[in-house]
Design a protein around this ligand. Structure first.
Ligand code: ZN
Length: 217
């Protein structure tokens, strides 16, 4: 049995790595991106050096250290996220977003090249940076081990739906960060509102299986 009995929903974003329905926010891994730019620069420098010379070896070592730092940052952030979540909540609900499909679609196909490739690549890059696939696997494993459960729900319209009155309207999102319901006036951080919808969907989908949530197979 998981020591906690609470359930939480999580909205995966670009502005924030993950926002929970209780208002907890995990910031994006921007440090990782900065280091990647640096890595590309250092790799270009390496290309201009005489292979296996003393300077080349020095540069090579520098690049190895950068790779290690990037891996370390990613590991630490994911560890922080999963520890916080799996310690505090028995049930976690996330959107079933096919990250891989989203990243593949930017390029499109030969017949049908993707639109806004540059824009989408940037978005995709930040999704990938945050290691979603890895987080999913780690969280699932960690929660099962602790006696909790991880559920995925359809994310359609979770960002436009009011978590209080249920009205769906694109106008409920005046901008990226704010949710303001045109119907009931409910106002919240857009990601928190979405996370609350995700949680509600998860609870709805498990309502017919009371008790299942705390006893993994
Ligand atoms: Zn409303």
């Amino acid at each position: 049995m998981h020591p906690s009995t609470t359930a939480v929903g999580g909205d995966r974003g670009v502005a924030n790595l993950l926002t929970l329905s209780d208002g907890t926010m995990f910031l994006p891994v921007t440090a990782y991106r900065d280091l990647q730019k640096k890595l590309a620069r250092e790799q270009r420098k390496l290309a201009h050096k005489v292979k296996f010379s003393a300077n080349w070896k020095k540069q090579k070592a520098k690049i190895t250290r950068l790779h290690q730092r990037i891996a370390e940052i990613r590991k630490n952030v994911l560890h922080q996220v999963r520890t916080t979540i799996s310690k505090n909540h028995a049930v976690v609900v996330l959107e079933d977003l096919k990250v891989r499909n989203m990243t593949a679609s930017a390029k499109g196909t030969v017949d049908k090249p993707g639109r806004n490739i540059r824009q989408k690549s940037g978005l995709n890059k930040s999704i990938l940076d945050q290691g979603w696939g890895l987080l999913k696997r780690i969280l699932d494993y960690k929660l099962q081990w602790a006696g909790g459960m991880l559920f995925w729900v359809n994310p359609a319209y979770t960002s436009q739906t009011c978590s209080v009155c249920g009205v769906v309207d694109a106008g409920n999102r005046p901008n990226q960060a704010v949710f303001r319901c045109l119907h009931c006036g409910h106002e919240a951080h857009a990601d928190v509102n979405a996370a609350q919808n995700i949680l509600a969907r998860g609870l709805q989908s498990t309502a017919g299986h009371a008790g299942v949530a705390c006893s993994p197979k």
